[in-house]
Design a protein around this ligand. Structure first.
Ligand SMILES: [Mg+2]
Length: 107
């Protein structure tokens, strides 16, 4: 998958979400996306706990590696949806952050 395909998906999904939910303004849409991201981080935490066998048996029985991958994807998608809604160029932010992190190890 190319980053361009992902960006198009995010833009299309943001349009679909805007149609589906009747939130009146951008501020509410942004707050709702932040809440959704938090929910997805919680779901990822659930899967990470299961991965480390730190869940109740009922939850461990449902756990599989595919769920873990899906929850990572949910967090990434929600992060990009939120950034897009706020006009944040997350790709540029990633490039700059990667350079900053790499510089730490150059010394
Ligand atoms: Mg999820």
């Amino acid at each position: 998958m190319q980053i361009n395909d992902f960006r198009k998906f995010i833009q299309a999904e943001n349009k679909r979400l805007k149609k589906r939910y009747s939130l009146k303004d951008d501020e509410k849409r942004i707050l709702a996306k932040m809440v959704k991201l938090t929910e997805e981080v919680g779901e990822l935490a659930d899967e990470v706990l299961a991965f480390s066998s730190l869940q109740r048996k009922e939850k461990l029985d449902k756990h599989n590696k595919e769920n873990l991958a899906h929850e990572f994807a949910d967090v990434i998608i929600c992060t990009f949806l939120l950034a897009e809604s706020m006009g944040v160029d997350i790709e540029d932010g990633l490039k700059k952050k990667m350079k900053k992190i790499e510089k730490r190890y150059e010394k």
